[in-house]
Each structure stands twice: as C-alpha cells, then as structure tokens.
Design a protein around this ligand. Structure first.
Ligand code: LEU
Length: 857
C-alpha cells in the first residue's frame, strides 16, 4: 500500500462550494444521489477526481446531462470537465447492513448512522474526501416511517413530510461550510431527552440526546455535562454555539469514543449512558469529558478544521487540552492532573518508546486511522499545555482568540496555531516547534549541589531526546520545568516556584540564601511531559511526599519512591519496603486528619502499574515485576492493616451521591479493600462480598467484584454469577464483566480469557466487547506474557478474525505484540513469530499491515 507524506501536500484542484445529497434509506440497499457544484481552483486542466470506496457509479451527469466519458482509476472516479464551474451528479447504491467496518453508513441496533472521520465519507458517495474541501450541505432523507421515525442530519431542520406510501422524508441544511469528515446522518427508532441552552448573546439552542427508549433515564448526566460545557467554553475561551439545534445520538457499535459532526454528534453509547446502578464514577467522569470534548470541537475542529490529516493534532491535541481544563474545573484539578499523567504514562510513553513512535505531527502514514493515537491526542495536549505555561494565561487566551478569528471557516495547520501564539504573545517559539517534529519522550537528568558556607545551591539539568524509528541524533527541545526548593530540616520552602526553560543539552540554575540542605521539587504539575532522572534519595522523596505544597509533586515523589523500590525488588530481589510503608502510612494519616482529601490519597497510595515498572527496565521480566509488586502490596496490606480498615470504614454506609467528596470516599474505600485483600486477611473475601451485595452503586459493586475476581474463593464465583444475571441485558455492563476478568491477576487468567472468548455473549463484531476482552488482555502484562506464548497466539488469532470484520479496531489492538524487543529471547521470538504470521496472512487490511510491518522493522 502507498505511503502518504506530509511534504507532498497540494491544494485541491477543484473545490465544492455546495453539496446536495438525497438518500433513499434502506438497510440493505440505500440509494445516494449527490449533486456537487464544483469549481476549478487555479490554472490547470486536470479532471475532477472524486474518492470512492466499495461502490460503483450507477449514473454520472454533468450540468444535467448524463455522460459516459468518466473512468475509474482504482476506486477514484475521474470526470473530465471543460469549464471552470459545473454541476456534477452521481448515484450509487450501498448496503449499510453489511458494513462491518463501521465506517461510512452502517446499521447499529436496527438504526442507521454514519461515521466519516477520517475517510468514511467516500464509502457513502463520490467526493473529494479530504479535510481542506469545505462545502455547505443540504441533505434529504427518505425512509420507511415506521422503521425510521427519526431522521437527523447536520445543521438545522428545514422541512419534513409524509409520502403517503408508508415512507416519510426530512430535509436538513447546514449553513457552515464543512469538510466531508464532519458529515452525519441518523435514521431510526429513537427516544429523545430534550432541553435547551441560551447562549450569552441570547441564542436559544434546542438540545437533544437520542437513545433507545429504554435508555432515556440514563441520559441526564450527559445532558448536564453538555450544558456545563457550553457555558464553560463561553467563559474560558469566549466560544459560543452557532446553530439553533445541537443533537447527540448514542449508538452501541462504534469504533471510537465519539464524533463531533457539525450539530449532530454521534457517540459510542458508553460515553452517554449512565445511572448509579450501571455506571462507575470513572464512567461518569469520562462521559462528561467526552461530551465536553466533542462539544468543544465545534470551534477547535469544525469552525476551524485541519488542512490535511498530518495536522490531526491541531484539533485533537488542542481539544483534549480544552476538555482537560473543563474536567479540572469540575472537581479536584490535582486529581485530574494525576489521572491524565497516569494515562499518558500508560499509553503514550510506551508508544513513544516503541516501533510505532511518531511525532505529534507525523511525516508519513499508510492508513490515517492508525494515527488516532495517544501521541496525537495526549502528547498533543501536553504540547499545547506547555505553550500555555510558557506564555501565561492571558497571552495564551489572546493567541487562541487570534487563531479562531483568523482561521474561522478555513482549514488550518499546526504551524498556523503556533504562529498565532507567537504573534499574540511576542514570544519566539522557533525551537519549541521541535515538539511537533521530533518523536520520543525527552529524558531530563537533575542533580542538586549545595554549599552550606555560601548558601548557594546549583541545580544541574541535562536533557536527551531518545532515538526513535527513522529519527536519530535529535536536537534539544524546550522543556518548561517548574521547580522549587524545600529545606529538608524545617520543611520550609527555600525559593519561590520558578519556571526553568531547559532548551540546551545542559544548564545550571543557581539559588541564593539556601540556608539548610535543600531538596528539589521538580517538574511540578508535570509541566513538561518528560522522564526525570534525579539524584534524590529515598529520604528526599519521602520528605517531598509529606511536605511539598504542590499536590501533583507530592504524588509524584510518592510514585518515584514506589518505583525505585519496585525496580530494586525486581532486579535485585531486594524487598526493602520500609520507606514506602512509612510514606503510605503518613499519607493515610493525612486523610484521617482531614489534611488531605480522600480522592488525592486514593491516587497517592496506588502503586505504579506492572506495565509502568516494566517500562523502566532494560528488558521486562513480567513475572519478576508481578512478584515484586505483589510482595510490596502484601506488605503494605499487612503492615498497615489497621489503617486500611479505618480508611475502609470511613464513609461506609453513606447513601450514594455524585459529589467530589462522595466520589473520593468511594475511591479510597475501594483502594483500601484492594490492600486488605492483598494482605491475605482471612475476612477479605467476606468484606468484599458484603460490599458487593449491599452496594447501591456500580463503583462499589464493580470495586468489590474486581477484588474478588483477582482471588480464589466461593464468593468470587457467586459474584460473577450474580453480576452476570443482574445485567444480562445491558451490554455496557457486560463489557465490565468481561473486562474485569481479562484484567485479573490470577495465575490462570490467560486460560480464563481464552474460555471467555467462547462465551455466547462474546462477539468481535461489537468494538466495545472486543476491546473489553481482547484489548484488556493485551495490557494485562503478566497474563498476556504467560510462559509458552499461548497469549500471543490467542491475540494474533483474534486480531486476524477481527481484521476481516473491522480493520480499524483490529489494528488498534496490535501494539502489545509489537513490543517484542522489550522482552528476553523466548518471549521476543514467540511474539515476533506471531507478528510474522499476521504479516504473512493473505488479504489483511492496510490498517493491520501498517502496524504489523512497522512492528517488525
Ligand atoms: N474526532 C473524534 C474525536 O473526538 C475521533 C474520530 C475518529 C471519531 O476524538
């Protein structure tokens, strides 16, 4: 398959100012007639080229006259045109009910819906399917009135009517020019939760969330989050909504989280539906974040879109940064930052260190859907955050205003965004731009020298950007590091917090009047997405974990202490747990005394994941990492048993409410339950079972189930049964049932997962279900790497089966196998063999091919 390169970008030869689409909807045979007004752009005599995929033209006409001098080049429809402006019409027939890729127009739960980003629109009709061709759309849909009573498209509704033959029609018009990837339609039997929002300039917007009738009671939280998002974007970014309606539709079969189609967002139902009985606190938070994310795209993505797909982070990185800010404002900003950094380390750091590493603005790709990655989204958001940190809030806001103002209605580039930030602030971001072109997580070394006599302290910093595939010998980047010194004797701050811009390979920062031995708090708030290697001792880290005034830095010190301990235990078998036990005890006491909030404490006392510990090692030994981590967990559980019981009892019996305090208490309780079980306490299974039975919310029920599923007990079997039967008709909760088992830490998890793939409720056709079992298993380090390679073989089998149905989803689940270089010989060879088997299978998709071939290189 061909490789596309960023440097090859050319402006479109033809534009399409207006698009009229007429759909005769039918699940097995939908007719699509498209009427495009096209204009030649620039001086050239090239024919019109329209992208297509999977269909054939049934009719082509130009200016109302049928023609037959069109031709197909591959799947591209080539139409010779003599003048500079024409009306081109095409007709095709497509079969939504056979569309298992879930790209283009497809069927889900008896309804019809679309997904076009990135290149799904070409599966609906012939069109220049690229983000820099912006068009205004008029859409007419005709469908059986009984089967598809609701007909929705982008923009505002214009008219609707009955045809008298059992069918009805509706027409929608979107006045905002948009690229084809933002096109959407939905037809189905759906109930709606309606509400409204008045924008600050007085526009009345009708809001609608469309779901299956039975799910209507589960839409309140999403509706609330939508209104909060609309108000937040007005307040924080000065962005107002621009149409009279804003609709959201939830569907069960969806490749991604959700999609920001203009005025008609389509969501994976897991990011809409929630009530206390079926959704965890984590789900509630994720729903609010995704609703906000898609809503925010109306400006960062729709009003200003991307020139080409190499610029994807322009809209995704910025929009993630915006949704992170929104979520931070809804509760504890520190806890939100901790969660985001944990996510970055779990998904993005390994990507940046592996065969699929790419800059946030890639230079080439085979299949763009493989680039909806943690790097584009989450590292992209970190890059925006660093600009905001360097420029300060006012200049950043001025840059954002300038960007929206200048590029409204156009397709822009990452460079345009950075240039606006420079222009509005006067800052020079020349070197900063390397964040857009260089892949890899920078490593920062830090050491602190103190001369008691002169009262001077010197912080020596160095940076190195590691080699990644296709990129070696990289130049230094601009790393904004927030630092502050604390006195190790008094605990007092010895300096203000200061922002150090590390832009050279090395530099020193001097502090005066340092009157006692200092300890440095570094990269506070995770101001730069880097790895820090410092000479701080276990005692220094324990000190910071206790005294730092930046909650993130406090968490970070604790994590580093735990990490150092776990690495020593893994590599040298040295189980010296004292420092960690003391630090965790201190932190738990902070919760008891009310000095620290429960949500923060729950995060701070959690051990780094097995995968993250593995990432620090030259070669990962999954069993040794597991043993070391379980050993520390058991010790923490035993030595602090009384404290865990106390934490567990705090807030027990309170009826459910969704407030930050109640969420924090639940989180800490469930973490405490996990440690209690790890301690081997004789009553742990009963305590968990009691919680499972009495829970009035999913957070506690699933928390108890998770603890039980990791062990061996009668309660485990009972809880799995009860849970399954209680939720047998709720797909989203069944996903949890599968996922909890796939993530479990039992010796026989790999075998259990293979058996679950035979369960009647398991299907690869639903992406959520596939991810719940196959995706979760791939990130369960110990289970996936079970000796002998059965896990690798099983994953490869699943990927090949899934690829035949849904290449995008299959390709996304490959990376765990691609990490073979990180493992010692027997495992590495077994993993490689499975990659080769996939690569050698005839007919695999280009999605999977790209991932597998890059992983083998
Ligand atoms: N643009 C979507 C998002 O909000 C992703 C798309 C591929 C469905 O992340």
């Amino acid at each position: 398959p061909p490789v596309l390169r960023r440097e090859d970008y050319r402006a479109p030869e033809w534009t399409v100012p207006e698009t009229d689409l007429d759909f005769a909807l039918d699940p097995s045979a939908t007719r699509v007639r498209a009427r495009l007004s096209v204009r030649r752009s620039g001086a050239h005599d090239a024919p019109l080229r329209l992208d297509g995929a999977g269909q054939v033209p049934l009719a082509v006409s130009v200016d109302g006259v049928a023609i037959n001098d069109w031709r197909l080049e591959g799947e591209t429809l080539v139409i010779p045109l003599s003048g500079d402006a024409h009306v081109v019409e095409t007709e095709v027939e497509i079969a939504p009910d056979r569309n298992t890729q879930l790209m283009g127009l497809y069927a889900s739960g008896g309804n019809l819906c679309t997904q076009c980003e990135a290149e799904g629109f070409r599966r609906i009709t012939y069109f220049p399917d690229r983000p820099d061709v912006l068009s205004t759309y008029r859409v007419r849909m005709t469908a059986d009135a009984a089967r598809f009573p609701v007909l929705l498209a982008n923009g505002d509704p214009v008219a609707r009517g009955e045809n008298g033959d059992g069918t009805h029609w509706a027409e929608w018009h979107d006045p905002f020019p948009k690229p084809s990837y933002l096109f959407a339609l939905v037809a189905g039997k759906l109930a709606v939760n309606r509400s409204s929002f008045t924008t600050r300039s007085g526009r009345e917007v009708e809001l609608g969330i469309y779901v299956r009738a039975a799910d209507l009671p589960r839409t309140e939280h999403a509706m609330h989050a939508l209104k909060l998002s609309m108000a937040w974007d007005e307040r924080v970014y000065g962005r107002e909504y621009d149409l009279d309606v804003f609709n959201i539709v939830a569907v069960d079969d969806f490749n991604f989280g959700a999609m920001e189609n203009k005025g008609l967002n389509i969501f994976n139902s897991r990011y809409i539906l929630a009530d206390p009985d079926t959704a965890t606190d984590y789900d509630y938070d994720a729903i609010a974040a995704v609703v906000a994310h898609e809503y925010f795209h109306n400006w960062s993505g729709n009003r200003v879109t991307c020139r080409d797909w190499f610029q994807l982070s322009l809209k995704e990185g910025f929009t993630v940064y915006r949704d992170q800010g929104f979520s931070a404002d809804q509760g504890s900003a520190a806890v939100k930052r901790i969660e985001d950094v944990r996510g970055l380390r779990a998904a993005q750091f390994p990507e940046d260190a592996g065969p699929l590493a790419h800059p946030i603005r890639p230079e080439s790709y085979i299949e763009i859907s493989n680039f909806y990655t943690a790097t584009i989204y989450n590292k992209g958001a970190e890059v925006i955050r660093m600009m905001a940190t360097i420029l300060g809030p006012e200049a950043f806001r001025a840059g954002s205003d300038l960007y929206f103002d200048r590029f409204d209605g156009t397709a822009a580039t990452c460079e345009d965004f950075v240039a606006c930030m420079e222009e509005a602030s006067g800052a020079d971001l020349t070197q900063f731009r390397r964040w857009y072109s260089q892949a890899g997580t920078p490593r920062v070394s830090a050491s602190l020298e103190h001369h008691a006599g002169s009262g001077r302290a010197t912080l020596n910093l160095g940076q190195k950007v590691p080699d990644t595939p296709g990129q070696t010998g990289k130049a230094p980047q601009v790393l904004p590091l927030k630092v502050r010194l604390f006195g190790s004797e008094t605990g007092r701050p010895l300096s203000e917090e200061q922002l150090v811009l590390l832009s050279e390979p090395s530099m020193s920062v001097t502090f005066e009047t340092v009157t006692e031995r200092p300890v440095v708090s570094l990269n506070r708030g995770f101001s730069a997405p880097v790895v820090i290697e410092s000479d701080r001792t276990a005692a220094d880290l324990a000190f910071l974990a206790r005294t730092d005034d930046d909650p993130f830095a406090r968490y970070e010190a604790m994590q580093q202490l735990m990490l150092d301990t776990l690495i020593a235990a893994t590599v040298e078998g040295r189980a010296d747990h004292d420092a960690v036990v003391a630090a965790v005890a201190d932190t738990l006491d902070g919760a008891t005394s009310g000095e620290l909030d429960a949500a923060f404490v729950a995060e701070a006392v959690l051990l780094p994941s097995e995968a993250f510990v593995g990432d620090q090692l030259a070669l990962v030994d999954p069993d040794a990492v597991f043993r070391a981590r379980e050993g520390l967990r058991r010790d923490l559980g035993r030595r602090l048993e009384a404290r865990w019981r106390q934490a567990y009892d705090t807030g027990a019996g309170e009826p459910y409410s969704y407030t930050p305090e109640a969420k924090g208490a639940r989180r800490l309780r469930n973490v405490a339950l996990g440690y209690l079980a790890a301690s081997g306490a004789a009553d742990a299974a009963q305590v968990a079972w009691r919680q499972f039975e009495r829970a009035d919310n999913m957070t506690d029920r699933q928390g108890a189930l998770t603890t039980l599923v990791n062990g061996v007990s009668d309660e485990r079997e009972a809880a799995l049964d009860v849970f399954y039967n209680r939720y047998a008709d709720n797909g989203l909760v069944l996903d949890k049932w599968f996922q909890t088992q796939a993530l479990s830490s039992r010796d026989d998890t790999a075998a259990l997962v293979a058996a679950l793939a035979q369960h009647p409720d398991f299907t690869l056709a639903n992406p959520n279900r596939a991810r719940a079992l196959v995706g979760a298993f791939g990130v369960n380090q110990r289970a996936f790497h079970t000796e002998g390679g059965a896990g690798y073989r099983w994953l490869a089998d699943q990927l090949l089966a899934l690829d035949a149905l849904n290449p995008q989803t299959a390709a996304k689940l490959l990376p765990p196998l691609g990490r073979w270089r990180r493992f010692a010989p027997p495992r590495a060879a077994l993993m490689r063999a499975e990659l080769e088997r996939i690569a050698g299978t005839p007919g695999i998709s280009k999605d999977l091919f790209e991932q597998v071939s890059k992983s083998l290189e």
